[in-house]
Design a protein around this ligand. Structure first.
Ligand code: ARG
Length: 462
């Protein structure tokens, strides 16, 4: 007979490589605290319901606490022969306390146990993720406050489009991260139901109290359908979708920082502590952290694709394929949390070259739309104004000058409705200041938004 907890009907031992291939301890051992909390809640409920004797409960609770201590102090060795965190802890409990340990698994299966543990673990990690997002937001709001009036070129197609304020640009990311936090919170709500009691798939013959375990573990309610509860991995899909979108936001931000730090842009310099050099080119200072964060997004999105694909063809209820769920989501959470931390720590040390940004915003005809708007205000239909300014730009390119340097003659030659006064009054300061409405880039609006964010993020000080 095999020595496995499930070995009763087996005659031959498990193949050695199968044992290693089958084991998930390297991934799920990190859920030991949740596994122990789940077992304690389950045991207390069994006792309350008269399914387990009080004496047994007492030794079980003590034994589980001791095991937590053994794991924390590094004394505990996880065995791959015992497959996963659940059977390792249960086997150790029986080693320590004998028969009482063998009664713990009454009215329970690893199928409801594993998804309970995973929900509990990811709930905690989701809260940490949201806190990281909040911190990064508050860093960005502080930076935006410093740069509410700093002018830089805004781009479309990575071509100079219109001037914007750096504060406005940074607040764009605060909005994105707000939606990211919202997605995590939303997923957390749906995830927070307790599968315990679903047992293997159909429920149990014992008179369990599912409300009691649900309440003890801080869930909102017991899950309503046992088959669904042990099969559902929607919560992992949702969390990975939220993580992927957040990673994509960080990746876009990374791309901008990398561009801005290049010699060609020269807009910013990132702190030395977040950059690395080259082993051959002595002059190099590379923005490795944003690059790595940009790369991590690929890996996190990979996790989302993995979980969707793993679950796609699975019949109800539990299938072993599901063991692969944790690898994907744990890896994504580790890497996203790390990326958020890097950004939160790196950005306060970013040096902004305001002069270079201002100069870039003042060239490349970033004020052209404003000149067209001035013509419209003088009664010219917008499409005609567009054409007049287009011709003016072509003229300036030929002459290698900026729009505001056009003289009376040049203006009159292009169109009688265009005047040197109009072009002279163009300035990047006026451009940003005049976009003064909800959502606009004017410093006044940026400051208004900063005040809103400061109040909202008060609890999460940068
Ligand atoms: N290690 C397994 C997992 O992560 C736990 C559940 C195993 N259940 C089973 N019936 N084999 O999915």
């Amino acid at each position: 007979m095999s020595e496995k907890p499930w070995g009763g009907r087996f005659e031959a031992p498990t193949d050695k490589f199968v044992e290693a291939f089958n084991a998930s301890t390297d991934v799920d051992a990190r859920m030991y605290a949740e596994d122990i909390a789940g077992s304690k809640a389950h045991a207390k409920m069994l006792c309350e319901q008269g399914i387990l004797m009080q004496d047994d409960l007492n030794v079980i609770l003590r034994g589980l606490d001791e095991i937590a201590g053994e794991i924390e102090s590094g004394e505990f060795t996880f065995s791959i022969a015992l497959e996963d965190v659940h059977m390792n802890i249960e086997a150790r409990l029986t080693d320590k306390i004998g028969d009482a340990g063998k009664r713990l698994h009454t009215a329970r299966s690893r199928n409801d146990q594993v998804t309970t543990d995973t929900r509990l673990y990811l709930r905690r990690r989701t809260d940490m993720m949201i806190a990281r997002i909040r911190y990064l937001q508050s860093v960005l709001v502080a930076l935006a406050d410093e740069h509410a009036e700093t002018i830089m070129p805004g781009f479309t197609h990575l071509q100079t489009a219109q001037p914007v304020t750096l504060g406005h640009h940074l607040l764009a990311y605060v909005e994105m991260f707000e939606r990211d936090a919202g997605r995590f919170l939303d997923a957390r709500k749906r995830m927070n139901q307790c599968p315990l009691g679903s047992a293997a798939l159909a429920g149990t013959t014992f008179p369990i109290d599912r409300h009691m375990t649900s309440d003890t573990l801080g869930f909102d309610a017991p899950t309503a359908n046992s088959l669904d509860a042990v099969s559902d991995r929607d919560y992992i899909m949702e969390l990975l979708a939220a993580a992927s979108i957040c990673a994509v936001h960080l990746s876009r931000f990374s791309e901008e920082l990398i561009l801005w730090m290049s010699a060609q842009f020269g807009f910013i310099d990132l702190p030395d502590a977040f950059c690395t050099g080259s082993s051959i080119m002595p002059q190099k200072k590379n923005p490795d952290m944003p690059e790595l964060v940009r790369g991590k997004s690929g890996r996190i999105i990979g996790g989302l694709v993995a979980i969707l694909t793993i679950v796609k063809g699975l019949p109800l209820a539990y299938n072993k394929d599901m063991q692969e769920d944790k690898t994907a989501v744990f890896d994504a959470f580790d890497n996203l949390e790390g990326s958020l931390r890097i950004f939160g720590d790196m950005l306060p040390g970013m040096r902004v070259n305001q002069d270079v940004m201002h100069k870039a915003a003042s060239s490349g005809f970033a004020t052209a739309t404003d000149l067209a708007d001035a013509l419209v205000r003088a009664g010219v239909p917008f499409r005609e104004a567009h054409a007049i300014v287009g011709k003016s730009v072509a003229y300036c390119i030929r002459e290698s000058i900026e729009l505001h340097a056009m003289d009376d003659q040049a203006c009159a030659d292009i169109d009688e409705r265009l005047s040197a006064d109009m072009v002279r009054s163009l300035s990047v300061e006026a451009c940003v200041a005049s976009r003064n409405h909800i959502g606009g880039t004017a410093p006044e609006q940026v400051r208004r938004q900063i005040a809103v964010w400061q109040a909202r993020l008060e609890k999460y000080h940068a």
